[in-house]
Design a protein around this ligand. Structure first.
Ligand SMILES: [Zn+2]
Length: 132
């Protein structure tokens, strides 16, 4: 008997208007980091991001951005976070991986243009990102 497990390639679809909101939010926060919660849906490995939420009680500085997860209401549409790296590196830091929230983490590096955004999973691997 042949038993084959279906494996889905992970990918992320990001709505253009959401991208624009993320980029302008990060520009306003510069030189501090900005952080936002991503809203969306995940199906068969495909993660579609269609909205943003400003986290309550968020704290940000030039090298950190965070918020207490315990203040978040339980909401299945919260699928990850996006935060900015004013330093210009899109690599997740050790702290970022420790504070991983949800399914996906987006990092926007300075100068916050359309090519400055990258997606990571909880192991620190890149995930392909398409703008729709
Ligand atoms: Zn970071």
């Amino acid at each position: 008997m042949l038993f084959k497990k279906k494996k889905y390639e992970r990918k992320i679809l990001l709505q253009k208007d959401v991208l624009d909101s993320i980029l302008s939010f990060c520009k306003i926060k510069h030189p501090n980091e900005g952080i936002l919660i991503l809203k969306g849906k995940s199906k068969n490995g495909e993660i579609k991001i269609n909205g943003l939420v400003i986290p309550p009680f968020s704290e940000t500085g030039p090298t950190f951005a965070g918020f207490p997860h315990s203040f978040l209401p339980f909401d299945m549409s919260y699928i990850g976070i996006v935060h900015s790296h004013p330093s210009g590196s899109a690599e997740p830091s050790v702290t970022d991986l420790h504070n991983f929230f949800g399914l996906i983490s987006l990092i926007v590096k300075s100068p916050y243009d359309d090519d400055s955004i990258f997606a990571w999973d909880s192991n620190g691997n890149t995930v392909p990102l398409s703008i729709i």
